[in-house]
Design a protein around this ligand. Structure first.
Ligand code: PMP
Length: 278
């Protein structure tokens, strides 16, 4: 079931949100986030809602709801599904008036919830994208802005055309940034668990931060440092983190195949235990 809250009402199905003169439709002023409900648990919901507000601000939009108001709506929506449902939660803020001028004059909020089981811990393949992440001076890279996903979509289309499930995107310096729609970790050839150091060109993932903290509690230190693309070819493990799939192993990078390894498996278990306790 798809359930959308918009303008004070809950409706099922693909509810129309846009007006023909909305700024977001013509000029790309929308931001969104994603979170999960798993058996009534809402891991890290508040950071995702806080990010909706900050993402909106970075595009000159104003989220019309506070975090508390959004959280209350999310809980109201989740309660409309069976108690054990696995749901995806998508808040959206988009510019409405002012489609002829670069600055949106008003913003709206919408929230969509739908059934989406957590993807299994199954390996996916990834290739190296020819797209690069834009630099912070070129695009609102510190916001979860819909407009940035035009490039993620190009990277994914290129990957699919080459027979891969995912794309790994480099930053403008030629270092590994992230997957097209999630953050990236490796277990390097020397056994170190590593993730690219935040440099403003890719999303500071909430799941990334959570996984780093959960592994640290187990005594596994994640090194945040520059990762060169050549390290992907010798990595023992590569895995992704993101709000949709949580922790998922990449078992093939270009021609280099790997097992779904113990660090990714442990990180996934820890995330699920954290969810249970949240
Ligand atoms: N990078 C990109 C481009 C993404 O779309 C996502 C998913 N939101 C992530 C990273 C992971 O971020 P988070 O863990 O905050 O969902």
């Amino acid at each position: 079931m798809y359930l959308t809250y918009f303008n004070g009402n809950w409706n099922e199905g693909n509810v129309p949100l846009y007006g023909a003169m909305d700024h977001s439709l013509w000029l790309g002023s929308s931001v969104f986030d994603g979170a999960r409900a798993m058996g009534g648990k809402l891991p890290d919901l508040r950071p995702h809602l806080e990010r909706v507000i900050t993402s909106a601000e970075k595009l000159g939009l104003r989220c019309p709801l506070s975090v508390d108001e959004m959280e209350a709506l999310v809980r109201e929506g989740v309660a409309k599904f069976p108690a054990d449902a696995e749901l995806y939660i998508r808040p959206l803020v988009f510019g409405t008036d002012g489609f002829l001028i670069p600055v949106p004059e008003a913003s709206q909020f919408a929230l969509t919830l739908f059934d989406a089981p957590l993807p299994p811990f199954a390996g996916f393949s990834a290739c190296l994208s020819t797209m690069l992440r834009p630099q912070p001076t070129m695009a609102p890279t510190d916001a979860k802005a819909s407009a940035l996903y035009a490039n993620s979509t190009r990277a994914m289309r290129e990957a699919k055309a080459r027979g891969f499930d995912q794309a790994i995107v480099l930053d403008a310096e030629g270092n590994v940034a992230e997957f097209a729609s999630s953050n990236l970790f490796i277990v390097a050839a020397d056994g170190a668990v590593v993730t690219p150091k935040l440099n403003g060109t890719f999303l500071a993932g909430i799941t990334r931060a959570r996984v780093i903290a959960l592994l640290a509690q187990e005594g596994v230190k994640v090194e945040e440092r520059i990762v060169g693309p050549e390290e992907l070819l010798t990595a023992r493990e590569i895995f992704s983190t993101g709000n949709y799939g949580k922790v998922t192993p990449c078992t093939r990078f270009e021609d280099h195949t790997m097992e779904a390894g113990p660090v990714a498996r442990r990180a996934r278990e820890l995330y699920l235990a954290f969810t249970e306790a949240s």
